[in-house]
Design a protein around this ligand. Structure first.
Ligand code: PLP
Length: 402
């Protein structure tokens, strides 16, 4: 057996998750005592809320550590329906609690795709969609906006229809709203139009709404229409990781969708995880059963504004507006073909990201990881001092390009 054959052809091609690679790079620079301004990771900082911590602690103390329902604890599933304001539309039989939103997405692909079915993603798909689809034997395809519209990576109904005509085996369209990495927010009309295309084509509309609480400027999250027409085709994925502080490591997510699909996912889950850890389910319950505290969202909005002010006048970069999420999206295509002080010519987002780390200690996520060479993702879920000093360092480094 050759070394290359020791791992399946399917998984052998995977690159490790981009975000973990960034963590490694940050660690390396810190070990070397060099300044690091970390805009790479997609996680809010701050303290875990005491009631979330205490619920987990109590579960341990009371010995709530035995196997539970593989679909998740009934009270957590019920709290999810309340959290999403879906109690009138679904029952707890339509909810699955999972090990992070990642597992919900994997459940979705595994439950509805046959080998060689196509799954359609939006134009800047989050890094793990593709590997999860491939691991489910589905073929991932990005829906590209019509030619010439690279300044707006939103998918329109016309884009989706065009792709569906080309892909008779399409099973689902996955929309992430708010969008990681672009920070864009599809409006309620845009969501409805895409949902309508899916319903008409009888494909699933999978909505990854993991950042849904983090919308700015007084806007509301655009809820998808839930009624008899849309319900058979609508699957919503959400979780604990982004809308609270310090909860990514709790590894709790959930999906809400049609009963038949949910049943298939629970069946599957009963064989491979038996549901997420019970104490963390209790923590999740404590988090979502209470009225949502918008403190973190206000804080992130102030950081968004700070970053926007600091980034004014930056050479060779166009900063996109950020109506939602905690990502600023930078169009760095104007840096291409420019020369660094060291004499290197920048040609890709990876080059620009590497230049910013080397020259300024500024860690970003290259658009290449999101299939969008030409952009950088900047996470502003980071201390204000990092935003001020980091953006200034990036500005100086960019000004040195010729
Ligand atoms: N979907 C999007 C858009 C994400 O950004 C992430 C995490 O970064 C996930 C899903 C996975 O979430 P989790 O960490 O809950 O598995």
């Amino acid at each position: 057996m050759h070394d290359a054959e020791r791992i399946s052809a399917k998984l052998g091609k995977f690159r490790p998750s981009l975000t973990l690679e960034l963590k490694r790079l940050v660690g390396e620079r810190m070990d070397a005592g060099l300044p690091v301004y970390d805009f790479g990771l997609g996680e809010t900082k701050g303290d875990l809320a005491p009631h979330i911590r205490e619920a987990g602690e109590r579960a341990y103390r009371e010995g709530r550590t035995m196997y539970g329902d593989p679909a998740g604890l009934a009270e957590v599933r019920d709290a999810v329906l309340a959290w999403l304001d879906l109690r009138g539309h679904y029952s707890i039989e339509d909810v699955v609690i999972t090990t992070g939103a990642k597992q919900s997405l994997f459940n979705v692909f595994l439950a509805i795709c046959n080998p060689a079915d196509t799954v359609l993603f939006d134009a800047a798909p989050w890094v793990s969609y593709q590997p999860l689809a491939v691991a489910s034997y589905a073929t991932p395809i990005m829906v590209l906006p019509a030619a010439g519209d690279a300044n707006r990576l939103k998918v329109t109904p016309a884009d989706l229809r065009r792709n569906l005509r080309m892909r008779p085996h399409a099973r689902l369209f996955l929309l992430n709203n708010p969008v990681n990495p672009t920070g864009q927010l599809y409006s309620v009309e845009e969501v409805e139009a895409l949902l309508q295309v899916c319903v008409e084509a009888r494909i699933y509309f999978v909505l990854d709404r993991l950042y849904w609480r983090i919308v700015f400027d007084g806007a509301r999250f655009p809820e998808p229409r839930v009624d008899a027409e849309t319900k058979p085709w609508l699957i919503q994925v959400d979780g604990m990781s982004k809308n609270f502080r310090r909860t990514g490591g709790l590894r709790i997510g959930w999906s809400v969708g049609p009963s038949d699909v949910t049943k298939a996912m629970v069946n599957l889950q009963s064989h491979y995880t038996s549901g997420p850890a019970i104490p963390t389910q209790h923590s999740a319950h404590a988090a979502i059963a209470e009225a949502y505290d918008p403190e973190m969202v206000r804080d992130l909005e102030a950081k968004r504004n700070l970053l926007r002010r600091e980034a004014e006048g930056m050479a060779h970069v166009r900063v996109w507006p950020t109506p939602a999420s905690f990502y600023s999206f930078w169009d760095v295509r104007p840096t291409f073909d420019k020369t660094t002080p060291g004499g290197d010519v920048l040609r890709t987002s990876d080059d620009v990201a590497a230049y910013l780390i080397r020259e300024a200690g500024v860690v970003t996520a290259s658009g290449a990881g999101f299939m969008q060479d030409g952009y950088l993702r900047i996470s502003f879920a980071t201390p204000d001092e990092t935003i001020v000093a980091g953006v200034r360092a990036a500005k100086q480094a960019l000004a040195r390009l010729t």
